[in-house]
Design a protein around this ligand. Structure first.
Ligand code: HPA
Length: 274
């Protein structure tokens, strides 16, 4: 169910809590382990998720659980430091609450970041990948239930979910910054268990380059509300069927922590060029 009332209540509360005149142009969601990156955000007002009425709490280590409103590269942005996942038991509507609130507060752009496993054998841990498209394998949709017509259409188009304009801006800036930026398809799974070798092989056959347990819900909700979307994955492990390696949260956090700085520079550059 899309919970319009809860989202409106949270948004009204945020409108009051944010500094007067704050009109976010973009919202950025920071994925697992990426919340500690230096985002060069200035003049920030920080709000704990637990203080926002009706808001879920993030339960995963590596997720701060707070919203920062501030200025990045001269642009007012909302930075969601930590997200909610289906595997934590949250509903799609809860997972998307931040995106709904961002759009209701006026943000036109969503930059969704995440930590993901690399399925493409040519990609390596520590590298960044711009999401060109996704496969939603969660079996869920944030749009199930009665449509909220004020938010968007019943059957939103998904032919170009990830904005070609933003992909180009990301690509150009990555090049200027000397950051290697892969492009590829992100498979969104429910988790929390990682993939078996057979599942990994299947995901690769489905055309995916990266796999993770987030992002697809939020991106669908953002697209529903007419936002322009950029998805950036930080590849934290190799997920190859014929040489499976164990993945630990510690490892994910370590690689994400190291790549976070790079991701921060890229996001700041993209926001400057919006
Ligand atoms: N699979 C699913 N989710 C992930 C992975 C993975 O290999 N790495 C980080 N998130």
């Amino acid at each position: 169910m899309q919970n319009a009332e809860t989202a409106s209540r949270a948004t009204d509360w945020l409108r009051n809590a944010l500094p007067g005149g704050f009109r976010p142009k973009a919202a950025v969601i920071l994925g697992t382990g990426l919340g500690q990156a230096d985002w060069n955000l200035t003049g920030e007002t920080v709000i704990a998720y637990r203080d926002i009425p009706g808001f879920p709490r993030s339960t995963v280590p590596g997720h701060a659980g707070s919203l920062a409103a501030g200025v990045l590269s001269g642009t007012q942005v909302l930075v969601w430091r930590g997200r909610f996942h289906l595997y934590e038991g949250y509903t799609p509507a809860e997972v998307c609450m931040g995106v709904r609130a961002s759009a209701l507060l006026g943000a036109k752009v969503l930059v969704a970041t995440n930590a993901a496993g690399a399925l493409n054998p040519l990609h390596s841990p520590g590298e960044l990948l711009a999401i060109s498209d996704h496969v939603n394998l969660t079996g869920e949709s944030p749009l199930a239930g009665p449509n909220v017509d004020a938010w968007g259409p019943r059957f939103p188009d998904m032919s170009r979910v990830y904005s070609p304009r933003l992909l180009e801006i990301a690509d150009e800036n990555a090049m200027k910054l000397g950051i290697r930026l892969e492009k590829g398809v992100y498979a969104g799974v429910r988790g929390p268990q990682l993939e078996t070798p057979a599942e990994t092989r299947m995901l690769r056959m489905l055309g995916a380059d990266a796999v993770g347990m987030s992002t697809v819900m939020e991106v669908i909700a953002a697209k529903h509300m007419g936002m322009e979307v950029l998805g950036l994955s930080c590849l934290v492990n190799k997920n190859l069927p014929d040489c499976m390696a164990e993945v630990t949260l510690e490892e994910v956090l370590e690689v994400a922590g190291k790549a976070g700085e790079k991701l921060g520079r890229l996001v700041a550059a993209v926001i400057r060029d919006l």
